[in-house]
Design a protein around this ligand. Structure first.
Ligand SMILES: Cc1cc2nc3c(=O)[nH]c(=O)nc-3n(C[C@H](O)[C@H](O)[C@H](O)COP(=O)(O)OP(=O)(O)OC[C@H]3O[C@@H](n4cnc5c(N)ncnc54)[C@H](O)[C@@H]3O)c2cc1C
Length: 382
């Protein structure tokens, strides 16, 4: 017998979990499937720091707060950004004495635990069984679980990450442009206080970010063509290498985690919708992490889709899905192209005059208050 839900969501990462919570709270019956169930034990998670850290924009912080899932502990407000080019270019963003902030750094697993606690309390049904098949007709989508059970719904939501199984099953092709870089992440204790400042260096085609964390720590994201030069180092050598690349701005560093590397790829699926199916989060787009916007774009998808679906009787209706596709196209493409352009601008080591141009550009923007304010507002999701 086929069991029915309003929505079946595949993937319970930050984006899928937020989607499940919002839909369930709007009165829909949701089934959330993920291969693994994350820990919701906040006390146990607080024993160490996750090296997967996100810069959450104020707009998305407000969204998460409105859901009651914003972690009020273990977050770090960022009040200043200091971005340095490869030959003297520099741009600084500062909220000054306004009491505001540019964004907040939070840990993936700590935020995920808050979301999962809330969605379980809201009555979202969850399952870790593998999905082995999917099909759809004009009125319903169906998935088949490993035990043979078939589940029907009005809408199937793919939040199953960059390698989305659901996207593949739906036959949606993806334009994938590898950056031939990996993002290396790790956490460090710092000798000097960071004072809520995030740093970023564009050097020899590589991008290093120092992201401030509570307890005088930082998390780094280092976009590099040779990740093994970092992941194969012992803790002491890793800390010394990262401190040197960061011009010792925070003094000596002490490694607090191992270094992990992720492949960096720009992905643009040919569509984010199909009959009774919609893609959100990394399943719908990936972006270079230099602006820290991947999960912010995913939360944007959730808010857009939720606003369209909440009042609808048939949440898989084609006209709703096309509106979602249309409304998300511009913000997603703009962010993908901005990050891609910036990466390529600093990656080019050969074009004569380019280093001068890009560093002069940074200095110019730095001395143009109006443009700087616009950039700052854009980064804050305002
Ligand atoms: C180095 C690096 C740094 C980053 N820094 C930032 C940052 O500062 N700010 C920011 O906004 N973003 C950042 N990002 C991007 C961010 O990590 C992603 O955009 C975000 O995590 C995507 O969330 P998601 O829920 O869409 O996907 P995921 O987090 O990938 O979750 C997908 C879920 O689907 C599940 N799943 C997958 N396949 C299946 C299947 N077949 N069956 C069942 N379940 C399945 C997985 O178990 C997982 O739980 C960074 C990325 C990288 C690589």
């Amino acid at each position: 017998m086929t069991q029915q839900y309003d929505a079946v969501i595949l993937g319970g990462g930050l984006v899928g979990a937020a989607m499940a919570l919002v839909l369930q709270r709007s009165g829909k019956q949701v089934l959330l499937l993920d291969k693994q169930r994350p820990s919701t034990d906040l006390a146990a998670l607080a024993q160490s720091w996750d090296a997967r850290i996100f810069a959450i924009s104020p707009a998305n912080q407000a969204f998460l707060d409105s859901l009651g899932v914003w972690p009020h502990q273990r977050n770090q407000p960022v009040r200043r950004m200091d971005v340095r080019g490869d030959s003297g270019g520099r741009i600084e963003f500062d909220v000054g004495d306004s009491g505001g902030y540019l964004n907040h750094m939070v840990e993936n697993r700590y935020l995920l635990a808050h979301l999962w606690q809330a969605l379980l309390e809201a009555g979202v049904v969850t399952d870790t069984q593998e999905v082995v098949g999917m099909r759809s007709d004009v009125f319903h989508a169906y998935i088949t679980l490993a035990d043979g059970a078939e589940i029907g719904s009005q809408l199937l939501i793919g939040a199953d990450g960059a390698q989305s199984w659901l996207r593949h099953q739906a036959g949606i092709a993806v334009a994938a442009q590898p950056y031939h870089h990996h993002g290396v992440v790790a956490n460090f204790a710092t000798e000097k206080p960071h004072q809520g400042c995030a740093y970023q260096w564009f050097k020899q085609g590589e991008v290093l970010a120092y992201l401030p964390l509570p307890e005088q720590q930082i998390s780094i994201v280092w976009s590099t063509a040779t990740p093994e030069k970092l992941t194969q180092l012992d803790a002491e050598a890793l800390a010394a290498t990262v401190a040197a690349q960061g011009e010792q701005v925070l003094g000596e560093l002490n490694a607090r985690s191992r270094a992990f590397a992720f492949e960096l790829v720009l992905r643009q699926p040919q569509s984010t919708i199909a009959q009774r199916l919609v893609l959100i989060g990394d399943a719908a787009h990936t972006v270079h992490p230099l602006a820290g916007q991947g999960v912010n774009l995913g939360f944007g998808d959730v808010q857009c889709l939720a606003a369209l679906l909440a009042p609808a009787a048939d949440i898989g209706a084609w006209h709703l899905l096309t509106q979602y596709r249309q409304q998300r196209l511009l913000p997603v493409r703009t962010m993908q192209q901005s990050c891609d352009g910036l990466f390529k601008l600093f990656a080019d080591k050969h074009m004569p005059g380019l280093p001068w141009l890009r560093n002069t550009g940074l200095n110019l923007v730095n001395h143009t208050p109006l443009l700087k304010t616009q950039l700052m507002r854009h980064a804050m999701g305002l």
